[in-house]
Design a protein around this ligand. Structure first.
Ligand code: 5AD
Ligand code: SF4
Ligand code: FES
Length: 363
């Protein structure tokens, strides 16, 4: 039986960690687990400090051309009322974030790749920049797009892009998506490469505790983030949704609190390995544990995404069930998160972009 002190853990994850060692840490329990969390917490204080950055999240539209087996807003789910926010609503959200000194925005939606969508996003970017004095750090999370589209959006002020790889293991990816051209693992990888090439600040991530997923898969995901030199990482527990095909495999899942702990371990290992990246405390963590996001901040996360979406749309953007903040408005989420972060000794960095230090070093 191995014993892991804090020093052992940091040494194991130094330089070129072995897959088996990462797996052991993902399995850790008792004192070993406590030491993993403590080591990550110390590395975090040392390299990124106790500041937490806000990215105001605008869930622009739930219309999606895809049918990911896990997602509640997949195209074939007829139980979802589809919406798209008006330009005015989007601009108002952006203005709110600007006035509240969030400094950063995430514009997210289901994936569409038609001409009209490309133009609409370009237009929205211009309107947002106009309304916020070009001062917001704008992140896009709009799925796989062509190089031309990504270039155009960059021209209009998109600086960062989030595209989760979902799993870095191709065989597992195929089990989670329809096997066709629009759910192609290679295309997803290529899009990440294009984003890198265009010098976007690149965010990616995975779901933790998926059916068929092994600890080795998760350890590979961590090595993938390192090898791909990802700047921002968002990992959240997989939470089943009864209107999705993957729901049939719910008997294969780890109990939900174990998926939660496993996600915390993923965050901790990643923080020790990639000391200067931005790591998100995902909303899905809070769907499981009332103070889930705070726990994520304790063990390494330094980014939070307060929801700005007008309340009337929120119940229609349920990627998973039990999503928190469905009945709240932006203001309530702001006050709530502020109080929560203070509880764990964090400080919200208003008025700062909070770019990934990892990215800035490369510039
Ligand atoms: N549980 C947890 N996360 C999910 N996502 C989609 N569906 C689920 C689910 N059922 C995540 C995906 C996607 C992100 C926007 O939401 O990782 O990239
Ligand atoms: Fe669409 Fe994203 Fe949901 Fe897949 S995960 S169905 S791309 S919104
Ligand atoms: Fe939305 Fe707490 S963060 S209500």
């Amino acid at each position: 039986m191995d014993f892991f002190s804090k020093e052992n853990i940091v040494n194991l994850l130094q330089d070129n960690p072995k897959l088996v060692d990462i797996v052991k840490l993902l399995k850790s329990d008792g004192d070993d687990k406590r030491n993993l969390f403590l080591a990550a917490s110390e590395i975090k204080s040392q390299f990124v400090g106790n500041k937490v950055y806000f990215r105001g999240l605008i869930e622009y539209s739930n219309i999606c051309r895809k049918n990911c087996y896990y997602c509640g807003i997949r195209k074939n789910n007829i139980n979802v009322a589809r919406y798209t926010m008006t330009d005015e609503e989007v601009v108002n959200c952006a203005k709110y974030a600007y006035d509240e000194k969030y400094s950063s925005l995430v514009l997210q939606s289901g994936e569409l790749n038609n001409e009209k969508f490309r133009q609409k996003i370009s237009e929205l970017l211009q309107k947002i920049n106009f309304a916020t004095n070009n001062e917001m750090g704008i992140t896009l999370s709009l799925g796989e797009q062509t190089e031309e589209t990504l270039k155009e959006w960059q021209k209009y002020g998109g600086r960062r892009y989030l595209l989760r790889i979902e799993t870095s293991n191709q065989e597992l990816y195929i089990k989670l998506h329809p096997n066709d051209k629009i759910h192609d693992f290679e295309t997803r990888l290529e899009t990440l490469e294009t984003l890198r090439k265009l010098n976007y600040q690149v965010g990616s991530g995975v779901m933790v505790g998926l059916p068929f997923q092994t600890l080795e898969n998760l350890a590979e995901d961590i090595l993938f983030f390192r090898d791909f030199d990802i700047d921002m990482i968002g990992m959240g527990p997989y939470i089943e949704h009864s209107d999705t095909p993957l729901y049939h495999f719910k008997n294969l899942l780890l109990p939900i609190n174990e998926r939660f702990i496993l996600t915390l371990k993923m965050i901790a290992v990643l923080r020790i390995m990639m000391k200067d990246v931005n790591i998100v405390a995902s909303t899905a963590m809070q769907a499981i544990d009332k103070i889930g996001r705070e726990k994520a901040v304790k063990v390494g996360a330094n980014i939070l995404m307060p929801n700005l979406t007008p309340q009337k749309y929120r119940e229609n953007y349920l990627l998973y069930q039990n999503k928190p903040c469905i009945d709240e408005e932006a203001d309530q989420c702001k006050n709530c998160l502020e109080a929560r972060i203070h509880l764990v000794g964090g400080e919200i960095a208003y008025g700062q972009w909070g770019d990934s230090k990892h990215y800035l070093k490369k510039q």
